[in-house]
Design a protein around this ligand. Structure first.
Ligand code: NAI
Length: 356
C-alpha cells in the first residue's frame, strides 16, 4: 500500500463495522458527498489492525472523490474496507451483514467490487440494499466486469497523450506494460491492433507467456520493465510503480497506465517533470471502470458509458496542455481541477444529514 498525504481536507467521516456473529470487521470511509453519494468499492483484505484498515479506507475514499469528480460523475468519494477474518466464516452471511450496514446509510454510500471481492459477494450485498453496483448486468444495461472499460479508457488516454507529448502515433511507438492482468491484457490487445510494439512483464509466468505468444510481445523480467527500451511506460499492476529509483532509470518519455496510486510519494511527480517525462494522471486515465459501475447504479445504458469513457482522452489532453503551459506537473493540475469541481458543488452531506 502506498501512503499519500491528504490533498484536500474535508473531515473524513467513517462508520465502524463490527458484527461478531458473522465476522464482519471493517470501516466505511466517506470523503465527500458534495457531488452525490460517496461511491467506491469494497476491499476485502488482511489488515493487522482496525487502524490500518481505516487508514487504507480513508486514502482510497479520498482518491475516489478526485476520480469521480474528474470523470464527470454525480458521485462523491467513499470506500469500504473489510478485514479478512481469521479462521472459518460464512462469506455470504458476512456480505449480507455488510449490505445491512450500507442500507443503514440510506444511500449516502454506494458500494461495488474492489480487491478481494467478486460479483457473487455484491449479489449477497444486493439482497440487503439497492445501494450496490457491479452485479450481473441485464441486457443493454450498463454493468458487469468493468475491466474492458478501464482498458478502453487507458488506450484512448495513451493515444492522445502520445500525440501531444511525443508527437507520434502508437503504431510508431513501443509500450512497456507492467502487469498483464484483466486491464493490462486488454490494453495490450488494443495496442497490438493499433500496431504498437509491446514489451511486457508479469509476476505470473502463465499470463505473460500466453499474452507474449498471442501478440508477439517481448517479455522482460519484472525488475526491468520500468527501465525497458520503450517510448511509453504503462503501469498496470499494483500501486507505487513510480519510485525515485524507477523514474531515475526510465527510458520512456511518457507514463500512462491503469494502476491506482502510481506515484510512490507526491514528490515523484516533480521528479518526472524534471526528467522531462510526461505523466498522464492515474485516476483520470483509469476512470473507465467506475464510469461503468456508476452507470449501472443509475440504470443507464451502455451508450452512456461509451460517451463518458470517450471523454477521458480529451480530459487528458486538457490536463497535459495546461501542465505544459504552466510548466507544472500534470498530477497537480488534475488535483486542482478535481478540487475546483468538488468545491463548486457545495458542502458534503454528513452522516447525520447535516452539511459536513
Ligand atoms: P489484475 O489482478 O487482473 O492484474 C494485475 C496483474 O499484475 C496480475 O497479472 C499480476 O500477476 C500482475 N502483477 C502484480 N505485481 C506485479 C509486479 N510487481 N510486476 C509485474 N506484474 C505484476 O488487476 P486489474 O483489474 O488488471 O487491475 C490492474 C490495476 O489497475 C490495479 O492497480 C487496479 O487497482 C487498477 N484499476 C483496475 C480497474 C478495473 O476495472 N479492473 C479500474 C481502475 C483501476
Amino acid at each position: 500500500m502506498v501512503a499519500r498525504p491528504a490533498r484536500m481536507n474535508p473531515p473524513m467521516q467513517s462508520v465502524r463495522l463490527l458484527d461478531p456473529e458473522t465476522g464482519l470487521d471493517g470501516v466505511i470511509a466517506i470523503h465527500s458527498t458534495a457531488l452525490g453519494p460517496a461511491a467506491g468499492g469494497c476491499r476485502f483484505w488482511r489488515y493487522p489492525d482496525a487502524d490500518a484498515a481505516f487508514e487504507d479506507a480513508a486514502r482510497l475514499a479520498e482518491g475516489m472523490s478526485y476520480k469521480n469528480a474528474l470523470a464527470g460523475l454525480p458521485f462523491g468519494g467513499g470506500k469500504a474496507v473489510l478485514r479478512y477474518p481469521e479462521g472459518e466464516f460464512d462469506r455470504g452471511a458476512l456480505f449480507r451483514a455488510f449490505g445491512r450496514a450500507v442500507e443503514g446509510l440510506n444511500g449516502l454510500y454506494v458500494t461495488a467490487e474492489d480487491v478481494g471481492t467478486s460479483v457473487a459477494d455484491m449479489q449477497e450485498v444486493a439482497t440487503m440494499t439497492r445501494h450496490v453496483a457491479g452485479l450481473d448486468p441485464s441486457e443493454d444495461q450498463a454493468g458487469g466486469d468493468p475491466s474492458p472499460w478501464t482498458a478502453a479508457g487507458v488506450f484512448d488516454a495513451m493515444r492522445t497523450a502520445a500525440r501531444l507529448t511525443l508527437g507520434a502515433e502508437l503504431s510508431d511507438l513501443t509500450v512497456a506494460v507492467q502487469g498483464t492482468g484483466n486491464v493490462g491484457a486488454g490494453l495490450c490487445r488494443r495496442l497490438a491492433e493499433a500496431g504498437a510494439r509491446l514489451v511486457i512483464a508479469d509476476i505470473d509466468p502463465r499470463r505473460r507467456e500466453a499474452l507474449g505468444e498471442l501478440l508477439g510481445a517481448t517479455i522482460v523480467d519484472v525488475a526491468d520493465i520500468a527501465a525497458a527500451d520503450a517510448d511509453i511506460f504503462a503501469p498496470c499492476a499494483l500501486g507505487g510503480a513510480l519510485t525515485a529509483h524507477s523514474v531515475a532509470a526510465m527510458k520512456a518519455r511518457l507514463v500512462c497506465g491503469a494502476a491506482n496510486n502510481q506515484l510512490e510519494t507526491p514528490e515523484i511527480a516533480q521528479q518526472l517533470l524534471s526528467r522531462g517525462i510526461a505523466y498522464a494522471p492515474d485516476y483520470v486515465v483509469n476512470a473507465g471502470g467506475i464510469i461503468s459501475v456508476s452507470a449501472e447504479y443509475l440504470g443507464e445504458d451502455q451508450a452512456s458509458v461509451l460517451t463518458r469513457v470517450g471523454q477521458i482522452g480529451p480530459r487528458i489532453a486538457e490536463i497535459l496542455e495546461q501542465a505544459r503551459r504552466e510548466s507544472r506537473s500534470p498530477a497537480l493540475v488534475a488535483d486542482e481541477m478535481a478540487e475546483r469541481i468538488i468545491a463548486a458543488a457545495g458542502p458534503s452531506r454528513g452522516l447525520n444529514g447535516q452539511a459536513a
